[in-house]
Design a protein around this ligand. Structure first.
Ligand code: PHE
Length: 346
């Protein structure tokens, strides 16, 4: 009996395991109810009394060693399994998701960057404005339809019938910031005005009641329509690529004279005509013109001495053309599946 116990002590100290199956066999063989050690405890009853003390001590030692060995093997196995399961212990504790910028921010930053290269600096103004800065000083006639409740969100109106320069409203364009800058500064003025604007429109794939604009203003002596055209050509080719062509179509805005709309050649079909450009080969991207003398005078700028040009574009529209997004509402819904696609742009 004593020899058997000593042999087992030796045997157990030499055992190593490589898998949880081998560990379980170890437990079954030595430590389970029907295991070898349990058998020895059963046999202990028949050990002669004079040997009981010595054999008993050895048997207890054997059991203790077997339990310790089992725990030791188990902990060794756990740590090797953790590593072999592909857990890289050097990696950070949490997975980092870097997120991405919103496409409107990406395009706004790009527009600002392009104009800053030719000397335009950013100016900003309030979203809650008065009629004076949004309409009156921009040469809108008192009965101009843009002043209608149907187009403009009013916060407070002096009279329910007529509009008044003191009416408080959400700006419908960032041209209001042009007025604020002209009132504040002397020419030369060379600014761009990025910002959020509001119009009372039904929400659809092509229209939204909130959107973003970047407008621009350049006032100095001898500023001409040719300067406007070159500035816009520079912008179009920087934004849409060197081979982009531009064309100006006559248009009307109360605050510019003459006024025009700028089209760029359709990048998608290369000008041949497709669904995006409605088979014209051209895409309208902005409104522009020479600042109306009435606007300059309303801001105390001498219209005999100074001339200037202004332009304004919707960021959503530029982003739609750049990324071929076909529904304006996607910009406002915060759907991660949409936003995730702009990860590489910044
Ligand atoms: N303010 C005009 C708009 O919101 C855009 C524009 C700006 C047109 C400057 C001409 C000159 O539609």
């Amino acid at each position: 009996m004593l020899k058997k116990v000593n042999d087992l002590l030796q045997e157990i100290s030499n055992i190593s395991v490589k898998s949880s199956e081998e560990l379980e066999s170890f437990r079954l063989k030595y430590l389970s109810k029907k295991g070898l050690i349990s058998d020895l405890f059963d046999a202990f009853r028949n050990v002669p009394a004079e040997d009981k003390k010595e054999v008993g001590q050895k048997l207890n030692l054997l059991k203790q060693n077997a339990v310790e060995k089992y725990n030791f093997l188990k902990s060794g196995l756990l740590s090797t399994e953790e590593i072999s399961e592909g857990n890289d212990l050097t990696r950070p504790a949490f997975p980092f998701s870097n997120g991405s910028r919103h496409p409107i921010s990406i395009v706004r930053n790009e527009i600002i960057d392009i104009f800053s290269r030719i000397g335009f600096t950013v100016a900003e103004g309030p979203e809650i404005e008065d009629d004076d800065h949004v309409f009156t000083k921009l040469n809108f006639a008192p009965e101009h339809p843009a002043r209608d409740m149907q187009d403009t969100f009013y916060i407070s109106r002096i009279s329910s019938e007529d509009s008044s320069p003191e009416d408080i409203l959400l700006r419908t364009h960032t041209s209001s910031v042009q007025i604020r800058v002209m009132q504040r500064e002397k020419p030369p003025i060379r600014n761009i005005f990025p910002g959020r604007v509001f119009r009372n429109e039904a929400i659809s794939a092509r229209a939204h009641c909130i959107f973003h604009q970047v407008e621009g203003l350049y006032i100095d002596e001898n500023v001409s329509f040719a300067d406007l055209k070159q500035t816009l050509r520079f912008f179009a080719t920087e934004m849409f690529g060197k081979e982009t062509e531009i064309r100006l179509r006559p248009s009307y805005f109360p605050f510019t004279e003459p006024s025009a709309e700028l089209d760029v050649s359709c990048k998608i079909c290369g000008g041949k005509g497709c669904n995006v450009c409605k088979h014209t080969g051209w895409l309208e991207i902005l409104g522009c013109g020479m600042v109306h003398p009435n606007v300059l005078e309303a801001c105390n700028i001498d219209s005999n001495k100074y001339t200037g040009f202004a332009f304004g574009m919707g960021i959503e529209r530029i982003a739609m053309l750049k990324y071929q997004v076909n529904d304006l509402r996607l910009y406002f819904e915060n759907d991660i599946r949409f936003l995730d696609q702009f990860k590489t742009a910044f």
